[in-house]
Design a protein around this ligand. Structure first.
Ligand code: GDP
Length: 456
């Protein structure tokens, strides 16, 4: 059971064996634990060479560096220590074992260090999310966005907005509370509404970003689709094998759709192979097909592959293409050009096709042109406009709620309903507070920290 008073510890570095292992400790007994293991508490924030001993047998386990970060100026706000050890299985196991034997010390749960930082006010909720995104970032653009968020791009802005809202609210409340008194000016409502209007417009502008921030977190989704045997899997494998581009060493395989994460010119592209989409009588498979279709239909871009060597296939077939969501952008990839050069005659029967390429997934001819065009497309998409403030659906909902409440406040203000203006300004401030984790967050905390690893 998680208790706020426990001293927690964990291996914070990657899985052993590794050159170095970092074990972190946090909580009221962190100093006492150091006394037991290394015989002293080092000078604050100075790397100190120490011998780590088992607390019971006094046997030396390893020699390494110890760091001491007394609270409240530590990452979590509590007393913290860090041991840098040799990164072997047995070393790490012995040190964690020695710590586990100490009173009031236990292994940390996933994300518990960060959770304490949040609970002690060292990080707001958007910074916590930024930290999670930074650890998960696979491309430079994702890393930059995550770092900006960690450093307060949205959190500080939300706090500033909230501060201005509270000031506007104070004006309206003063007007309500002291309306009988002679020295309270009549026109307090007007400046409050003016401020509310400005805030509303600023927040609406931040929301109007085409979803770029959310997309950058998750990757620009490109689905490879088309009729059976057109060469989708061959193309997917060719793209996934490009060592310069691939991010995750293994293609993640869900039952229905295989996906691989690519880094194209620094931007994340999630490539889906929908080759598994087949009609089937088996209800479980039908469900898989449905999900795969939905995933491809929701893609930002569909690469529609056709077999050029079959007659009549040199253009997008309207009927088959209509299976795909009409909102998607579609590029036509005419495959097996190695077999069919003499038949080449590009027809574009479908209005929805934006680009056409002649390729051979097997020989690789023409595939570079597709990749380069894709990289440019992703870059243009992500680089349009300023850095996105909103990076999660949670942020979007909170800001939309804020704008909604401000709109209601403005409407009530126009009718002179001071009480209702105040009520809606309060609701707007609450929505912003929810965004940064000031109010009402218990229910979302578990969801957010669930994604962390142990030791973070
Ligand atoms: P999918 O069903 O669309 O995924 O198609 P596959 O990738 O499984 O390919 C179907 C067949 O076409 C396989 O035998 C591939 O070797 C072949 N194929 C795929 N691309 C090419 C190509 O560019 N040229 C030739 N000659 N054969 C290809």
């Amino acid at each position: 059971m998680r208790r706020a008073n426990d001293t927690i510890f964990a291996l914070s570095s990657g899985r052993p064996p590794a050159a170095v292992a970092v074990v972190r400790l946090c909580g009221p007994r962190a100093g006492a634990a150091l006394e037991k293991l290394i015989g002293r508490v080092p000078e604050p924030r100075r790397a100190t060479l120490v011998r780590v001993r088992d607390s019971e047998s006094s046997e030396v386990i390893d020699e390494g560096l110890a760091l001491w970060f007394p609270g409240p100026r530590s990452e979590t706000g509590e007393d913290m220590a860090e041991l840098q050890l040799h990164g072997g299985h047995a070393v790490v196991a012995a040190v964690l074992g020695a710590l586990g034997k100490l009173d009031g010390c236990r292994l940390a749960e996933p994300g518990e260090f960060t959770r304490r930082a949040f609970e002690n006010g060292r990080l707001d909720l958007t910074a916590v999310e930024g930290l999670a995104d930074l650890v998960a970032a696979e491309t430079p653009a994702q890393r930059r966005q995550a770092f900006r968020q960690l450093k307060g791009l949205i959190g500080d802005r939300a706090e500033a907005w909230r501060g201005r809202l509270v000031e506007a609210l104070a004006l309206v409340e003063a007007r309500i509370d002291f309306s009988d008194e002679a020295d309270v000016p009549e026109n307090l409502l007007e400046p409050a509404l003016h401020a509310a209007q400005q805030l509303r417009d600023e927040i609406a502008t931040a929301l109007d970003d085409g979803g770029r921030g959310e997309r950058l977190r998750e990757g620009f989704v490109v689905a490879i689709a088309g009729p059976p045997n057109a060469g989708k899997s061959t193309l997917f494998n060719r793209l996934a094998r490009r060592e310069a581009a691939i991010v995750s060493p293994y293609a993640g395989t869900t039952r229905d759709v295989i996906e691989v994460h690519l880094d194209l010119a620094g931007f994340p592209v999630t490539l889906l192979d929908t080759a598994g989409i087949r009609e089937s009588g088996d209800p479980v498979e039908q469900e898989g097909v449905r999900r795969a279709r939905a995933r491809a239909g929701a893609a930002d871009l569909v690469l529609w592959v056709v077999d050029l060597s079959l007659s009549g296939n040199s253009g997008g077939d309207r009927e088959e293409l209509s299976e795909i969501g009409t909102d998607s952008n579609i590029w036509l990839l005419m495959n097996k050009a190695d077999l069919a050069v003499e038949k080449l005659c590009i027809r574009n029967e479908s209005q929805s096709i934006q680009q056409a390429f002649v390729i051979s997934a097997q020989t690789g001819a023409g595939v570079d042109a597709v990749v380069n065009t894709l990289a440019t497309y992703a870059k243009d998409y992500f680089s349009a406009g300023e850095a996105a403030v909103v990076t999660r659906a949670r942020h979007r909902r909170a800001l939309q709620d804020t704008v909604g409440a401000l709109d209601r406040a403005l409407a009530e203000g126009a009718d002179g309903h001071e009480e209702l203006v105040a009520e809606n300004l309060r609701a707007a401030a609450t929505s912003l507070g929810r965004l940064t984790g000031r109010v009402d967050v218990e229910d979302i905390l578990d969801v957010i920290f669930r994604d962390f690893c142990i030791g973070k």
